[in-house]
Design a protein around this ligand. Structure first.
Ligand code: MN
Ligand code: MN
Length: 472
């Protein structure tokens, strides 16, 4: 008999290539139809979260509501908790620590997923309201890294809190309900924009031009000036009982009114405001909510102020996470340094997805791609890794192993070409506590824009990654 080579048999080179080369493949070609359905239904809840949680305060409120439904109780720093107990610690209503106590001794460390719930936006100034040429507007001060030209001529909503002179709190949300009015920042018509068009893109719309239109009808009284402003303030007084001075003790945020929507004929992507970093916040939240009787004590931190450097007592440069560990350590008869030095953290933050329209900003071998799964970023920083946490190979090896052995679809990435720019996450501040940490998150197109885009598969794989981390 002569030897007939099976056509389907791999050549030696092909087999060797498969063994030795990195095999990159679109995640949707790796999962079953059933898991695809799981991805899609998970993302329906994700979209609802995005629509109900457009500010850090709202995200904390939603997190508490969902946590209480799952049996979480408010944390008492004076109590010690048995394995299986679930608690949340609310920090000023703007950041939150959620914890499920494990069966292993706390000395063995805790596992932390840390995401941020603040997003780039426009804050109101403390004296925001003014009238000019019989239109009423609000002065804003942008928060985080926005591209200012993206904010005019889109529908905007106002979210936040106002404290009156007597200390009474008023919650405000206008522009989200279909029957609400919306607000808008105007821009020049092209006919008259010849001079403006000569500005650079970064200077195209300036900070002091981000003025929000909020009224046009005058108060009917010839005796007064600023009639439109008066009319607006009288509406606000009627509705909320506030006066102009109350804006001083307010935190009001202008955000896009856009609801989260599917993108594309195949509905594979999601467009929404605030997916940096609520794609990771929601998935880290769901992972802790689904965490039952873990071996290691597990913690999800949803933090504030990441977009402006993690400052303030609700940001991760402050001590609140360390304080939480201090309390649980003390009540378990151990100490915080022991617990922290054995702890591990996934810094849950988004990465820049490769954009085919702007390929030149990425080094394609090391960029993250939509639908290639949750992205692990060993280091961030600028230029020569300046200011970053560069994760230890040992820790990357651990994460790689648990992801691979639990069918988490994942990829690696870095933030654009080496010399081009850069950025940071909370990873460096978590690492300052002695914790092993690496960045893991969802790739995002148009990051920091009013309408960011993610792939559903990647969002789901972030959830799966955090859940697997808690269990292994
Ligand atoms: Mn982020
Ligand atoms: Mn960001």
């Amino acid at each position: 008999m002569s030897e007939v080579k099976n056509e389907k048999e791999k050549s030696a080179g092909k087999a060797l290539q498969e063994k030795l080369f990195t095999q990159k493949k679109n995640g949707l070609l790796k999962i079953s139809d059933q898991e695809k359905e799981t991805v899609d239904s998970f993302c329906e809840s994700y979209k609802s979260f995005l629509d109900s949680s457009k500010t850090e305060r709202e995200a904390v409120d939603t997190a508490i509501k969902l946590a209480v439904e799952k049996g979480f109780k408010e944390y008492d720093p004076k109590k010690s908790y048995p394995a299986g107990e679930k608690v949340y610690w609310n920090n000023h209503g703007k950041s939150i620590v959620l914890c499920v106590f494990g069966t292993e001794p706390l000395e063995n460390g805790v596992k932390i997923a840390a995401a941020h719930i603040d997003s780039p936006r426009l804050d109101l100034k403390q004296h925001p309201v003014y009238e000019s040429n019989e239109l009423c507007l609000l002065k804003t001060h942008y928060y985080g890294g926005i591209r200012k030209y993206q904010w005019p001529t889109i529908p905007l909503a106002l979210h936040g809190v106002i404290y009156k002179a007597n200390g009474e709190k008023v919650d405000v949300t206008v522009g989200e309900d279909e029957t609400d009015p919306i607000f808008i920042i105007t821009d020049l018509l092209p006919h008259l924009a010849q001079e403006q068009s000569k500005r650079t893109l970064g200077d195209g719309i300036r900070g002091e031009e981000l003025n929000v239109l909020i009224g046009s009808r005058p108060f009917n009284d010839d005796e007064v000036s600023e009639k439109v402003k008066l009319n607006v303030l009288s509406i606000l007084f009627e509705k909320y009982g506030i006066v102009e001075d109350d804006f001083i003790s307010a935190e009001l945020e202008i955000v896009p009114t856009f609801k989260a929507r599917d993108v594309g004929f195949d509905r594979g992507l999601i467009a929404a405001y605030g997916q940096d970093d609520r794609s990771c916040a929601y998935t880290a939240l769901e992972a802790i909510l689904d965490c039952e009787n873990p071996k290691t004590t597990c913690v999800t931190v949803l933090t504030d102020k990441e977009e402006i450097g993690s400052m303030g007592n609700t940001g991760l440069q402050s001590h609140y996470l360390e304080d939480f560990i201090f309390h649980i350590a003390k009540n378990a008869g151990t100490d915080a340094p022991t617990v922290l030095s054995h702890s591990a953290c996934l810094s849950a933050d988004v990465s820049a997805a490769f954009d085919p329209t702007f390929p030149e900003v990425n080094e394609p071998r090391n960029a993250s791609y939509c639908n290639y799964g949750v992205a692990m970023c060993k280091f961030t920083g600028s230029r020569g890794k300046s200011g970053c946490n560069d994760a230890h190979a040992e820790f990357v090896s651990y994460v790689r192993n648990i992801f691979d052995s639990n069918d988490v679809i994942w990829q690696t990435c870095e933030l654009g070409r080496v010399d081009l720019g850069g950025g940071g996450t909370v990873a460096a501040y978590v690492a300052n506590l002695g914790i092993d940490v690496v960045d893991v998150g969802v790739p995002v197109l148009s990051m920091h824009s009013p309408y960011e885009v993610t792939a559903k598969l990647d969002v789901y794989m972030a959830y799966k990654g955090f859940a697997v981390f808690f269990k292994n």
